[in-house]
Design a protein around this ligand. Structure first.
Ligand code: AMP
Ligand code: MG
Length: 405
């Protein structure tokens, strides 16, 4: 069976219809850059006062200066200062040449003449942000592939960008499957995967539609065809395993999708199915168990979607393990785990249907086959999308209500 690494390589090699568009800065938050951004001028663009006070032209040890002008932010002192002269200056204003800025608190605040009350302040070049000290015209500050968070966008604005080339986001059709899903009565189950996936996609800023297909060939094919025609990526949930009603892979094939992979040696999530059609549209068939969906969405769906913005790898982080852990299973395990001050602790869970345990986790601990780890070892961890430290569900006390068969 395909290993996780091989599956990720196949996903990284997927050819999809990548395109870019130009958007204004105010619409670019969260998008992924398709261009480099360089500074169009030195930063700061002029020698800038970082204090409200006096820009004084030093004259030996003399502590009093003649105040010849006031410079506020946005204005310029055109003249030059002689030793013993000063301008009153505000934070953000350009400094005249050859001055040091003395904060107003270290002076008597005089209008025609100012006296510096703290002699130590009379050192050259104090409290000035020098032209070019942060960066120079032409310096590249953002590379293609950067996701534009608030700081990166602010930097692009500072660099003079008014609009940016970003990758066009893929449209996604989410189709859950299963006669039992959403059904009332003792054999029905609630749809937890639908809300999980729509939250996952919303977090990535992706527009998506949402449908549910019963386990019926005709209706399933109709909904999958609709998804294929309207979206760039069809994401299904359930119906990819070995059951008699697991109809998704054959229906996808009937609609022109060619299998890229089906079944990976991963736990949970083994039945994962990925296909592609000749138009470069993707079909991602996730298994139905909710923890499988969580794992395969982070491990495989995210890198597959990221092909549309030229990215490939899941957003791993490195953490320390809080406890000894041995993985004796035969498949690469991704275990729901909580992040604490002393590191990562796996959450006790009842298998891939145990969503409550997964909701009490912060992400997934990566445990390759044969992992035999000690507390303090460095491990790979995949934080849940949009993860916020300390924000997780409560793990209920465990007990069995039913009797074993
Ligand atoms: P399947 O892959 O279709 O065999 O489904 C595997 C398990 O996941 C079954 O127990 C399903 O009832 C469950 N399941 C499938 N879809 C959903 C869903 N949307 N929400 C919650 N559980 C689901
Ligand atoms: Mg099913």
């Amino acid at each position: 069976m395909l290993s996780v690494e091989e599956a990720l390589l196949r996903i990284a090699a997927l050819e999809v219809g990548v395109s870019t568009e130009r958007v204004g800065l105010s619409s670019a938050g969260g998008r992924v850059l398709a261009q480099a951004v360089a500074l169009d001028r030195d930063q700061p663009g002029f020698d800038r006062s970082t204090m409200d006070g006096y820009a004084v032209c030093l004259d030996g040890d003399a502590g009093s200066f003649e105040v010849v002008a006031t410079v506020v932010a946005g204005s310029l002192f055109e003249g030059s200062l002689s030793p013993g002269q000063a301008v009153r200056i505000m934070t953000g204003a350009p400094c005249p040449r050859g001055v040091t800025v003395v904060p107003i608190e270290l002076t008597d605040g005089g209008e025609a003449t100012v006296t510096v009350t703290e002699p130590a302040a009379l050192q050259p070049g104090r409290n000035i942000a020098w032209r070019g000290e942060d960066g120079h015209a032409g310096d590249v500050i953002l590379e293609p592939g950067t996701r534009l968070g608030p700081a990166a966008l602010a930097a692009a604005a500072m660099a003079g960008a008014e609009s940016l080339d970003v990758y066009t986001l893929p449209r996604v059709a989410v189709i859950t499957t299963g006669d039992e899903v959403g059904k009332d009565g003792p054999a029905g189950i609630r749809d937890s995967n639908g809300p999980m996936l729509t939250a996952f996609l919303s977090g990535l800023g992706l527009a998506h539609t949402r449908r549910h297909a019963p386990d019926d060939e005709g209706r399933l094919e109709q909904l999958l065809a609709e998804g294929r025609d309207r979206a760039d990526v069809v994401v299904t949930v359930g119906g990819v395993s070995m059951g008699t009603r697991d109809l998704v892979p054959e229906t996808a094939a009937a609609l022109g999708f060619e299998t890229v992979l089906h079944k990976v040696a991963v736990q949970p999530g083994k039945p994962i199915f990925i296909a592609r059609n000749e138009d470069g549209k993707l079909f991602i068939g996730l298994p139905g168990n909710p923890v499988s969906v969580l794992v395969t969405a982070h491990l495989f769906l995210l890198p597959a979607l990221a092909r549309f913005w030229g990215d490939t790898t899941p957003p791993w982080s490195t953490q320390r393990l809080a406890t000894d852990w041995k993985h004796t299973g035969r498949r690469h395990l991704f275990l729901p785990a909580a992040l604490g001050d002393d590191g990562v602790t796996p959450v006790a869970w009842n298998g891939s249907g145990d969503l409550l345990a997964a909701a009490a986790a912060d992400g997934l601990l990566d445990l390759p086959v044969g992992s035999d780890l000690s507390a303090g070892d460095r491990v790979r961890f995949l934080p849940f999308a949009g993860h916020v430290a300390g924000q997780r569900a409560q793990l209920p006390p465990r007990g069995v209500a039913g009797a074993p068969c």
